[in-house]
Design a binder for this molecule. Structure first.
Ligand code: PMP
Length: 369
């Protein structure tokens, strides 16, 4: 046995997958065999638990896709377990998609900057050409030019289009009919990946509602933001089951550490979920309050409308605003190196006390100027 399993190739969305990976079954681990028994001696695991592992959670390799967590996530996101791949944050899903779809040096990735940096990093690592169709800075905020995105993807023979919605760091969320329209224009030519890391904070529903009619759509979700589990590294890709199967075949054998899976499952239990939803509501209220308060501060040029848990703010002197905040111990995200954002900072919405720290630091700065 060579350690590789094989999948029969099939049509449809799989035609967008790298031809050399369509029939690839990946590594055949000890956990992928459908074997039964009560003495497991097939994976060279330790005979005893580590003394620090009181509940013996970590002695054996974890389930590659923990079934209970997969079912809970599928219920949360309104899809079937077969449509969902659990990975190490949505970062891993982004990387897997680029590796599985793009032939190095040939198949392009389309993004709209300024945007979350990992799409470009994954493209670079795969040697996939990057096509940028910049966001347009308008009275309504930074908006993607969806027609131009589709044109550029088709002209550049791209395999992947990343649409971040709500967009990090600019805050706009696309309506579902716009997303469906873009997916339709890309049908048969490219996958449309809608990164919904922040969708819980937005007024727009998830694009998972479109999966039944858009086979070339992939939706990314994460427990890192609204669910407050960034360190557990649980993110998912939701897509056609045949695409999910290929992504799984190309993923590491045991990507989800058992303690993380346990914690995530507990974090999705009804009481925890109810509290998460209340907290999302509080963040949305604080976002409105902060938006208004920041707009009222001298030295603030513009606060962009945001559907995420952050605000993008332009300053007359962003250098000084950043330094002032830092001098009071408040660390925000410097956006000045990003295209079109030379005077901007991104401020995450914290709890009311943290938000007050931001406002008072910036107000004092202006009083002293
Ligand atoms: N997508 C977006 C838009 C993000 O802002 C982030 C994290 N900042 C991620 C994906 C990655 O999140 P994670 O890997 O923690 O799921």
């Amino acid at each position: 046995m060579n350690g590789f399993a094989s999948n029969a190739p099939s049509a449809g969305v799989l035609e967008l997958v790298r031809p050399d990976l369509r029939g690839f079954g990946g590594y055949k681990s000890a956990r992928t065999e459908a074997l039964r028994g009560d003495v497991w001696l097939n994976a060279n695991e330790s005979a005893w638990a580590n003394p620090a592992d009181a509940d013996a959670v970590c002695r054996r390799y974890p389930e590659p896709q923990p079934a209970a967590l997969r079912a809970a996530l599928a219920e949360l996101y309104g899809c079937t377990p077969e449509q969902l791949l659990i990975g190490r944050g949505s970062d891993e899903a982004i990387d897997l998609l680029v590796r599985v779809l793009c032939v190095p040096g040939r198949d392009a990735v389309v993004i709209s900057t300024p945007v979350f940096g990992m799409y470009a990093v994954s493209a670079r690592l795969q040697d996939a050409p990057l096509i940028d169709v910049p966001l347009r800075d308008t009275a309504q905020g930074f908006l993607p030019d969806l027609a131009a995105l589709a044109d550029a993807a088709l002209a550049g023979a791209a395999k992947l289009v990343f649409l971040c919605s709500p967009t990090n760091p600019t805050g706009h969320a696309c309506a579902l009919d716009e997303i469906a329209g873009l997916a339709g224009r890309l049908a048969g030519r490219a996958l449309l990946v809608v990164d919904e890391a922040y969708v819980e904070f937005s007024d727009v529903p998830s694009a998972t509602a479109l999966l039944a009619r858009c086979p070339n759509l992939v939706v990314l979700r994460t427990l890192s933001k609204a669910h407050a589990l960034a360190a557990a590294r649980i993110g998912v890709a939701i897509a056609a089951p045949e695409l999910i199967a290929v992504l799984r075949a190309c993923q590491a054998p045991y990507p989800i550490p058992a303690p993380c899976a346990e914690l995530a499952l507990a974090g999705l239990a009804p009481a925890a979920l109810a509290q998460t939803r209340q907290r999302v509501e509080r963040i949305r209220e604080e976002r409105s309050r902060m938006h208004e308060a920041l707009e009222g501060l001298p030295g603030v040029r513009r606060v962009y409308p945001s559907q995420g848990n952050y605000l993008l703010v332009r300053f007359d002197d962003a250098d000084r605003a950043f330094a002032t905040l830092l001098s009071t111990g408040v660390v925000v995200r410097d956006q000045r190196a990003a295209p079109q954002l030379g005077d901007a900072l991104r401020i995450s919405i914290g709890n009311p006390e943290q938000n007050e720290r931001v406002l008072s630091a910036l107000a004092v700065r202006e009083a002293a100027a």
